[in-house]
Design a protein around this ligand. Structure first.
Ligand SMILES: C[S@@+](CC[C@H](N)C(=O)[O-])C[C@H]1O[C@@H](n2cnc3c(N)ncnc32)[C@H](O)[C@@H]1O
Length: 254
């Protein structure tokens, strides 16, 4: 291991959450490191609920068979598997070579930063993105990229962890993810990464803000769903024709 790798590995074992380039370099090397056991730890720490959340995202994408769908920040390709089962044509993009190397979907895949999609305007019917929004350094840029590459009438379905509204569920969730998940991570994978992942939810704006951003970017009917009592959030929307919607202030979400 060269000294640069060592420095990057230490960077996610920190109490402060990095920003900008430091964050994206850290995210990439952290996912490279945890890739081989990522799926197993996911299933265990979510009691397989993650499988249901991804299926729900594909169902709510509501595109007809044959549609070309980008799975952005695809990781090991779980969403690609669900997309293919639904008769869709997935294409997988991720920053981490380690995650792509552990892909199980067999979908066409490439290493790319999803803030700069190597895809022409209006070229795809849809986009899914699973549990990656909080890893990005600029959400408005990401939503603008989604609007650029999805054809008018195309759809997006974006999943990430949530903050439950119910106080008791929120407390249970924070104890579980704050104390137990890092121990599961320590046992099976990388303790520091599984300490970082629950903390990284702090990067996400409130759901009203997320929905407003997506509407402004060009998905004016965007809506928000809480899954499993708010443990996870799902946003869906349809690409309007024309440019970004400058008039949207709508923070109303369902
Ligand atoms: C929590 S994993 C989610 C993987 C997969 N979507 C899933 O549902 O399990 C987050 C993924 O986001 C990827 N990622 C983070 N920032 C990225 C970026 N700027 N461009 C592309 N991929 C990124 C990471 O490499 C990692 O594979």
């Amino acid at each position: 291991m060269n000294p640069r790798d060592t420095r990057q590995q230490r960077s996610w074992d920190s109490d402060t959450l990095p920003e900008g380039r430091e964050k994206s370099a850290m995210v990439r090397s952290m996912f490279d490191a945890i890739a081989p056991r990522y799926d197993m730890v996911n299933r265990i720490m979510t009691f397989r609920l993650d499988v249901q959340w991804r299926r729900r995202a594909v169902r709510d994408l509501a595109l007809p068979p044959g549609s070309v769908v980008l799975d952005l920040a695809s990781g090991t390709g779980d969403l690609c598997i669900d997309l293919a089962r639904a008769g869709l044509e997935p294409v997988s993009l991720d920053l981490s070579h380690g995650m792509l190397a552990n892909d199980r979907s067999g979908a066409p895949r490439a290493q790319a930063d999803i803030l700069r999609l190597p895809v022409p305007d209006g070229a795809v019917d849809g986009i899914v993105c699973g549990f990656a929004l909080r890893n990005l350094v600029d959400l408005p840029v990401f939503f603008a990229e989604c609007a650029r590459v999805v054809r008018p009438g195309g759809r997006v379905a974006l999943l990430d962890v949530g903050v439950p509204h119910n106080r008791v569920i929120r407390w249970g969730n924070s104890v579980y993810f704050g104390r137990i998940v890092p121990r599961i991570g320590a046992l099976l994978s990388d303790a520091a990464a599984y300490r970082y992942l629950p903390r990284s939810v702090a990067y996400l704006p409130a759901r009203e803000v997320l929905v407003a951003m997506l509407r402004t970017a060009g998905f004016p009917d965007a809506v928000h769903h809480q899954l499993s009592g708010g443990l996870t959030q799902l946003m869906t929307g349809t690409r309007a024709s024309g440019g970004p919607d400058r008039d949207t202030t709508g923070a109303d979400s369902r």
